[in-house]
Design a binder for this molecule. Structure first.
Ligand code: UDX
Length: 433
């Protein structure tokens, strides 16, 4: 089938490449010329395991082409995916829908045949309905159907999550062609038995928002328990393990530590609260404010612990930060807890050296004033404390002995509860979680 993907960021580039992988002919539309040129040359402008190979293969074969033209898009196909970003508005909780709106405003006037627009971006409930009304105003004697087909991919596992998702969800209005088209588009995935939930658009929009709110809540729940554990001298990791064996609870997303960040969970729970407020249901989601608060306290706690370990002041201290990405297997530093902590520690008078296996370039753009080291050992040179803030395998497997030889004080703070404590302690480290 021929299809267009509008917006080629993390979501859109992965979706476009995966649709080509499923055998479809895909045109990807990216309005930023630099990004477009990179993608057209078969290069992925961010780190996502497996994606560069897949993208290059389909660019080379011609099954995936890249353009910046909505006129070309309108001619190319009758199915369009919206995969543009929906960031948090500056100084507000709500989602900024300018890119979604722009996609509709640019595309629909160019359409000359009936079309199906499938939204993949995470949007506040009610967006599909609003866009349907607007598309009808913009359409010229044709029928434009808008349905929502949310995406649940995790960065770092984006290809597997797209090709073999836990479930497919479609929110469509009755009488349209969205379900028939989706059954064709995802035929290979559905043939493998992937559950397919078909509902109305508001329900599909809320499935996505609810999923992210639940995941954020689960993480903040275990981090709230970690706060109590700190006060009571108990072990939160053992608690996570023990309660995780209960199939009703499950072990996943119960890793306590520095908490969640990234381009999705933080802004999605805030946009969800904002939307509930607009709908007069603010009280229903008031607990999400606490989920956010618990999460932000984790960052503050890490700064406080570092100051304590350094004898009560960070002035003139040298701190090594291992990890800058918001999670491993990603170079994404959007709302990264690690960089947030690094910035706060520097503001309290320490000199901070950061090392991350993949996120150095992105970190430099956001925090140009931090020092960036080329290796773990360079970052740790003469450090008064070493903080592990992203659980990259390189750090989990790190040999504590050579690191001890380069630091000034052998203090390690395990911000992600990912290190083998015995190994570090037996190599002479003061180990703090
Ligand atoms: C998330 C959702 O998982 C995905 O379904 C949605 O489509 C987009 O948002 P992503 O942002 O890629 O995906 O990251 P995810 O793997 O969910 O991790 C989010 C954050 O939570 C990371 O900062 C991670 O370090 C943190 N986390 C995760 C924890 O602190 N503890 C855990 O147990 C799990």
């Amino acid at each position: 089938m021929r299809m267009v993907v509008l917006g080629l960021g993390y979501l859109g580039a992965t979706h476009a490449a995966c649709m080509a992988e499923l055998g479809h002919e895909v045109l990807g539309i990216e309005i930023m010329p630099e990004k477009r040129a990179q993608l057209a040359a078969g290069q992925v402008p961010f780190y996502e395991p497996g994606l560069p190979d897949m993208l290059k293969r389909h660019i080379d074969s011609g099954r995936l082409t890249i353009s910046g033209s909505y006129v070309e898009a309108a001619k190319f196909a009758d199915v369009f995916f919206i995969a543009v970003g929906t960031p948090q508005k500056k100084g507000e909780y709500s989602a900024d829908l300018q890119y979604v709106d722009a996609a509709i405003e640019e595309l629909v006037p160019q359409l000359t045949r009936n079309a199906l627009i499938l939204g993949k971006s995470t949007v506040p409930v009610g967006t599909a309905e609003r866009l349907t009304t607007r598309a009808q105003e913009l359409a010229k004697d044709i029928d434009v159907e808008i349905a929502w087909n949310p995406e649940f991919l995790r960065e770092g596992y984006a290809i597997a999550d797209t090709l073999k998702p836990d479930r497919l969800v479609l929110g469509a209005y009755p009488g349209g062609r969205a379900e028939t088209f989706c059954r064709q588009i995802y035929a290979a995935t559905l043939a493998e038995g992937t559950p397919f939930i078909v509902a109305d658009p508001p329900t599909a929009e809320l499935v996505k928002t609810s999923a992210n709110a639940f995941l954020a809540t689960k993480i903040s729940f275990i981090n709230a328990i970690a706060e109590v554990c700190d006060a009571a001298g108990a072990d939160v990791q053992a608690i996570a393990e023990a309660i995780g064996y209960d199939a009703r609870i499950g072990r996943k997303f119960l890793n306590a530590g520095l908490g969640f960040g990234g381009g999705c969970l933080p802004k999605d729970i805030r946009a969800f609260m904002a939307r509930a407020g607009e709908l007069g249901a603010a009280e229903a989601l008031s607990f999400l404010r606490e989920v956010d608060n618990v999460n932000m306290r984790r960052r503050q706690r890490m700064v406080d612990i570092t100051r304590e370990v350094c004898g009560g002041t960070l002035l003139g201290k040298r701190i090594a930060i291992l990890g800058a990405a918001f999670k491993p297997e990603s170079d994404d530093v959007r709302d990264s807890p690690a960089l947030n902590v690094a910035g706060q520690i520097q503001l309290q008078g320490a000199s901070v050296a950061v090392y991350d296996p993949k996120a150095m370039e992105n970190s430099r753009k956001v925090f140009p004033t931090l020092d960036y080291a080329g290796t773990v050992l360079d970052a740790c040179d003469q450090a008064d404390a070493v903080l592990v803030l992203t659980e990259w395998r390189e750090f989990v497997d790190l040999d504590p002995l050579p690191v001890r030889d380069v630091v000034r004080c052998a203090n390690v703070i395990d911000g992600r509860m990912c290190l083998d404590k015995n190994r570090w302690v037996s190599n002479g480290w003061n180990f703090v979680v």
